[in-house]
Design a protein around this ligand. Sequence first.
Ligand SMILES: [Zn+2]
Length: 134
Amino acid sequence: MSWVRFEAAVENGKLKVKAPSEEYLNKVKVSANKVGDSFFLSETDVQLLALALEFKATGYTTQIVTDDYSIQNVATQLGIEFAPLATFGIRRLLEWVRYCPACRREYTADYDSTKCTVCGTALKRKPRKISKKL
Ligand SMILES: [Zn+2]
């Protein structure tokens, strides 16, 4: 379902998918090495930073939304703005549970149907309750 929505968003122009060029990937890698964060950055992190840098170079205002300290650190080094998730009212990453509103059966977030296998009702979703035990 999320993939269908993703594709729809790309088709109607609400979402753009872009890969950074080699030039900016290298700039980020050099910068990450300098501050010692290269070990902590995933390939996706590096691509994200490279894309932000590339957009910035072409005159766009960019902002990376992240709570990852290594990304923030390298972003600072490169002069890229960032904001923590809390800025947008997001306190933590939610884990979703899908459930049937009729028979209460629960499904995992990646269950690949929109309907309950038992009664055929359209599934809904809710955030998984986080245990308060330490
Ligand atoms: Zn059901």
